[in-house]
Design a protein around this ligand. Structure first.
Ligand code: S3P
Length: 172
């Protein structure tokens, strides 16, 4: 019944490592909706990895491609979309998501983010210095943008089951 009432794509936003893809995939299964990872779509469209895009064309170019990919994703059928951590911070991309989808902000403390980012090695922004400092600074800087999402969920350390429960409560 819940799945039927949701008439727009669900978009997970929040910091790198918070678990947008893991939670998104579980949420999609539960709601019988397709799951799409925006970062994967960007890589597919560009025929390049995200670190390659950053290195060859810079972050501004990446943000532009990210906006175009997300514009296409939020325009179609109902689905669950995981976005890269900076997507919702870009004003144009944020406006698009707020207009056409239901944004869900996942947040964790920096220690938890740090633990979780360790599992993936494709984040050029974390290579620019000390990951703990970068995550702390970005999380503070981005908070005002993330706060504009209508649904806020705190993801605590450990498995994603509890987080999923809170997301489901948030969207009822
Ligand atoms: C970014 C987060 C990454 C990816 C890119 C930039 C960011 O996605 O889009 O490296 O600006 O926070 P994840 O949030 O999935 O790591």
């Amino acid at each position: 019944a819940l799945a039927r009432r949701i008439d727009r794509p669900l978009v997970l936003v929040g910091m790198m490592g918070v678990g947008k893809s893991s939670v998104g995939r579980k949420l999609a299964t539960l709601l019988h909706m397709p799951f799409v990872d925006a970062d994967d779509e960007i890589e597919r469209a560009a025929q390049m990895t995200i670190p390659e895009i950053f290195e060859r064309f810079g972050e501004a170019h990446f943000r532009d491609g990210e906006r175009r990919v997300i514009a296409r994703l939020v325009d179609g059928e109902r689905k669950v979309i995981a976005t890269g951590g900076g997507a919702f911070v870009n004003p144009e991309t944020r406006a698009l998501i707020l207009d056409r989808a239901i944004a869900i902000w996942l947040d964790s403390d920096v220690e938890t983010l740090l633990e979780r980012v360790g599992r993936k090695d494709n984040r050029p922004l974390l290579k620019q210095g000390n990951p703990r400092e970068i995550l702390t600074r970005l999380r503070d800087e981005r908070r005002p943008a993330y706060e504009q999402a209508p649904i806020h969920v705190i993801s605590t350390r450990g498995p994603h089951g509890r987080t999923l429960g809170k997301v489901l409560k948030g969207i009822q």
